[in-house]
Design a protein around this ligand. Structure first.
Ligand code: IMP
Ligand code: MG
Length: 183
């Protein structure tokens, strides 16, 4: 796996420092209120689990499962395959947590669906923000790092299902991306 990596963009230490900062911001924003963290599977599971353990206020945890990248690096149609129950959503303040904000279509579709089911508020927290590729009007309320327009893996982010278990964020060698694209 490590042979496939061209460059490490964010080390494990830098990631954990960013998460400490994010946790402080989120704790301040929700202190005294209710909070449900909604983790977008699969990509945000690593980030969400490190993040919630640094937020020392009462919170609940819910999941949505959405997939837009079937294979390779080109976006396909968005499929939502798992959604929280209405009881987990209605009247609640939700914090949507995702691995990366790219075009913004995934998070904006999920946010609209949660609001339509009666969420009181939906804010967004993303580990990475690819601001250059935004296609819809969506801003992250909390953000770990801004990343250049480059396909990255690790710390939950995958390429064709793999590399989620890397403890850092990296760019893959061009020949690895090209080999999968031609398959
Ligand atoms: P959006 O709907 O275009 O914002 O896409 C968001 C989803 O695309 C993320 O949740 C990721 O699953 C995936 N994605 C976007 N950019 C990357 C990347 O650089 N590496 C891995 N997955 C990515
Ligand atoms: Mg994802």
């Amino acid at each position: 796996m490590n042979d496939d990596i061209a460059e490490i963009l964010f080390s494990e230490e830098a990631i954990l420092r960013a998460i400490d900062r994010l946790a402080l911001e989120i704790t301040a924003a929700y202190r005294g209120g209710d909070l449900t963290v909604v983790s977008v599977l699969k990509g945000s599971c690593v980030f969400a689990s490190d993040l919630i353990r640094r937020i020392p206020i009462p919170l609940e945890l819910a999941f949505v499962a959405a997939a837009s990248y079937r294979n390779g690096t080109a976006p396909g149609p968005l499929e939502v395959s798992y959604f929280p129950t209405d009881a987990e959503i209605a009247g609640r303040r939700l914090l949507l947590v995702d691995d990366i904000l790219d075009t913004g279509r995934t998070l904006s579709a999920i946010r609209d669906a949660l609001l339509a089911r009666g969420a009181r508020e939906v804010l967004c927290c993303v580990f990475l923000d690819k601001t250059a590729r935004r296609r819809v009007d969506l801003r992250a309320d909390f953000q770990g790092f801004v990343v250049p327009d480059r396909f990255v893996v690790g710390y939950g982010l995958d390429f064709a299902g793999r590399y989620r278990n890397l403890p850092f964020v990296a760019a893959l060698k061009p020949e690895i991306l090209a080999a999968a694209a031609s398959r």
